[in-house]
Design a protein. Structure first.
Length: 202
């Protein structure tokens, strides 16, 4: 009987060890699968915050960051940028040419802004920049944009045909946040300033 009990104990011990190994393997497999799901979720969430054409922040991301800055209560301003004559580019050369302009403009704009700034596409041919500081910092950024982003952009109208060059400028309106000012009021402030600037450039 003693020998039988010893054999049973040994058999049970082997079974427990096997189950433990299998449990560890299952646990590791589940951890890998969970890590993959988390990575895919993070990628999906990041993609949901980007404009698919330009790769900049989309309106959803901009609105979220704008609300966050207001809650923090620290000085900031925003620049609302509207391309001049963009409809004429689409009408003359087609929407694919217009898309090229938007992508190039977005790239140039993001390069002149600081890492702490959030640059995004507000919609259509409008862009928005959120930057720290008050009016003086915003005015300096307007000068940088006008100096380095305005210019001649090459676009391909047809395959196999040489690129043509299009002059690109934009009207910029600035909104400066003050305590008690809502996000909508701040954007409206910049919007009105932008349209005043657009009227001056005509």
């Amino acid at each position: 009987m003693r020998a039988s009990l010893i054999a049973s104990v040994e058999e049970m011990s082997k079974t427990v060890e096997q189950m433990t190994r299998e449990t560890e393997q299952t646990k590791r497999a589940l951890e890998v699968e969970l890590s993959n799901y988390r990575s895919r979720l993070a990628h999906t969430e990041q993609a949901a915050m980007l404009d698919p054409l330009t790769g900049l922040a989309n309106r959803r991301r901009l609105e979220g960051d704008l609300a966050l800055r207001i809650r923090r209560g620290q000085p900031f301003c925003l620049l609302l940028i509207d391309l001049n004559g963009f409809k004429a580019i689409n009408d003359t050369h087609g929407h694919l040419a217009g898309d090229q302009i938007l992508r190039q403009f977005a790239s140039e704009l993001s390069q002149v802004c600081h890492q702490s700034d959030l640059v995004g596409r507000w919609g259509g041919d409008e862009f928005l920049v959120l930057l720290n500081g008050m009016r003086s910092q915003g005015e300096l950024m307007v000068q940088r944009i006008e100096q380095w982003v305005w210019g001649t952009y090459p676009i391909k109208v047809q395959p196999g045909v040489a690129s043509i060059k299009v002059e690109v400028k934009a009207a910029i309106g600035m909104g400066v946040w003050n305590q008690g000012l809502s996000a909508d009021q701040l954007v409206q402030q910049a919007d009105l300033a932008m349209y005043r600037r657009k009227a001056e450039l005509r």
